[in-house]
Design a protein around this ligand. Structure first.
Ligand code: ADP
Ligand code: MG
Length: 513
């Protein structure tokens, strides 16, 4: 299959980016002089062709045509039913009831904190909600990187660090806010957005099931995460009450409801890892054995990163990433579409091309063989390079892999590999969202041409910054819905959604209401 044609299929205008089919400008002309040139010319042209062939094969094995996306979506729906039916009904999707029965209405009022522990970044926020005006009057936040040793250390060390950061952020309050808390006698309250699988036991308690995204804090597993945090806050000699434990997707959904509209039904994150939650009919949650909520609804945290299906187009690179991860065998979907893994997948493909097709010359660049050298932000930088000479690609290859000079053809291949993976990731993510929409009855054809609306609140660094990934995702979702769909679906970036949503849910579950 011709590469240009495949790119065309995906609907992308690569106008400024040269295609792989342009005449080969030889590495030898750029790099070498003298007798060796003619031999190198022969070799280089062959190796470029070989690398192109590998890249075409790779595109083929990673391809996500519409029928496959439908199969992926249907397989997801099946697992959703299984996960809702009984505990462990699906060994893939936990489908966790979140105890969130009511999403923010817009009337939430007061000053609330939030702590957002994601995968890479950790944020503390202070949010002032305006009550009936339905506005966020002010917000401040501080972002801190979690020291790597704490990601695989003890629960006490991790939570002392988090509580210490929250405490010192609280100490930066204005005098007027301090005075407000003294006069009202209220304790400060915080939401806790925690982006790892938790079995909630109430809206403010929950047991850690296991860690993902490179975290491995073994002694925290099986215990109430809020209690561990609350104990650490006490050790910091501050009084702050955690009023809501919120999965980051639920925070994003809550923020979406508050900011966009009541047709916001799904919260989805594509950052370091990936996950989604949605509003389910409470009576469809068959494993729920407590009284049905008055609202008749329950937000379900799917933990969809662990979805796997034979329809997922996995390659050797996915298998290697999985084998080398801290959780081999788990989180297949996450490992194929999210930020923690995309860079490494691209690196593995390039390393194979360097070894087998001598891409980048006879010697394989040493840095290319080192794990985790290429980050997903590099992948999107490469992918977004529209310059005729692919100068940004050249710079990334130099900065990351110390490859001093590259030919345009080599850079095109690197660009192509990033495109293949970006396209696959975006389209698979869309198939997941389509599966949820199908489960809640928001797909199907319009009878009279009129369309109803569904909003999906999105967050996460990959979705936010990688605009090509995002357009692939949007396009695939439209393809899946069909032109005569009964619903118009909008993906809306709910920036910092998890943190603000956690503050909103702390407000709606405040002890002082
Ligand atoms: P978290 O997932 O830790 O809560 P974010 O939602 O901010 O944090 O996502 C951070 C992740 O997003 C990074 O690990 C990276 O994989 C990805 N990312 C950040 N910036 C970019 C970028 N410019 N292009 C592509 N991916 C990015
Ligand atoms: Mg996050």
């Amino acid at each position: 299959m011709a590469i240009g044609k495949v790119l065309g299929c995906a609907g992308f205008q690569h106008s400024a980016v040269p295609t792989l089919r342009e005449p080969v400008r030889l590495r030898a002309q750029c790099r070498r002089r003298g007798k060796t040139v003619s031999m190198s010319v022969q070799k280089t042209s062959k190796t470029v062709q070989q690398a192109e062939k590998m890249s075409q094969e790779f595109r083929q094995s990673s391809s996500t045509p519409l029928p496959l996306l439908h199969q992926v979506a249907d397989a997801l729906v099946q697992e959703m039913y299984a996960g809702l039916a009984s505990e462990g009904g699906s060994d893939q999707l936990k489908m966790l009831p979140t105890y969130v029965e009511n999403l923010p209405s817009g009337s939430e009022k007061g000053l609330f904190y939030a702590v957002d522990l994601g995968g890479t970044n950790f944020r503390v926020l202070r949010v002032e909600l305006g009550g009936k005006t339905g506005q966020i009057l002010s917000q401040e936040f501080k972002e801190v990187v979690i020291p790597p040793e704490l990601m695989v250390g003890t629960g006490k060390d991790l939570f002392d660090f988090i509580a210490g950061t929250l405490a010192s952020f609280v100490d930066t309050e204005d005098e007027s806010i301090k005075a407000h808390f003294v006069q009202s006698g209220k304790t400060r309250e915080s939401g806790f957005a925690f982006s790892f699988p938790v079995r909630q036991t109430s809206v403010k308690s929950g047991i850690v099931i296991h860690w993902t995204k490179g975290f491995k804090v073994d002694d925290a597993v099986g215990k109430d995460i809020v209690k561990q945090f609350q104990d650490a806050i006490s050790r910091s000699n501050h009084q702050i009450m955690i009023s809501a434990l919120v999965n980051d997707t639920v925070g994003t959904l809550a923020g979406g409801r508050f900011n966009f509209d009541e047709e916001t039904m799904i919260g989805c994150i594509i950052g370091t890892g990936t996950n989604a939650c949605y509003v389910e009919r409470a009576d469809a949650v068959h494993k729920w054995d407590e009284p049905l909520p008055k609202s008749g609804e329950m937000v379900i945290n799917m933990e969809w990163g662990n979805f796997r299906s034979p329809y997922l187009p996995r390659t050797f690179a996915d298998e290697t990433v999985d084998k080398d991860s801290v959780n081999p065998g788990d989180q297949w979907f996450e490992k194929m579409i999210s930020g923690m893994y995309l860079g490494e997948i691209v690196r593995l493909v390039l390393a194979r091309m360097a070894k087998e097709a001598e891409l980048f010359g006879g010697n394989v660049p040493v840095k290319l063989l080192e794990r985790l050298t290429l980050g997903t932000p590099h992948v999107s930088k490469i992918h977004l390079d529209n310059s005729p000479d692919l100068d940004v690609v050249a710079k990334v290859l130099k900065d990351v892999f110390e490859i001093e000079t590259t030919t345009l053809e080599e850079r095109k291949i690197v660009h192509e590999v990033c495109d293949i993976m970006g396209e696959r990731g975006g389209r698979l993510a869309a198939a997941g969202l389509y599966g949820i929409l199908k489960k809640i009855g928001r797909t199907g054809k319009s009878r009279n041409g009129s369309k109803k609306k569904t909003v999906i609140a999105m967050d996460g660094g990959l979705f936010e910054h990688h605009v090509r990934y995002r357009s692939y995702m949007e396009e695939a979702l439209q393809e899946l819905m069909g032109s005569d769909a009964a619903y118009e679906v909008a993906l809306r970036l709910q920036n910092d959604g998890s943190g603000i949503g956690a503050a909103l849910l702390a407000a709606s579950h405040s002890h002082f209401k």
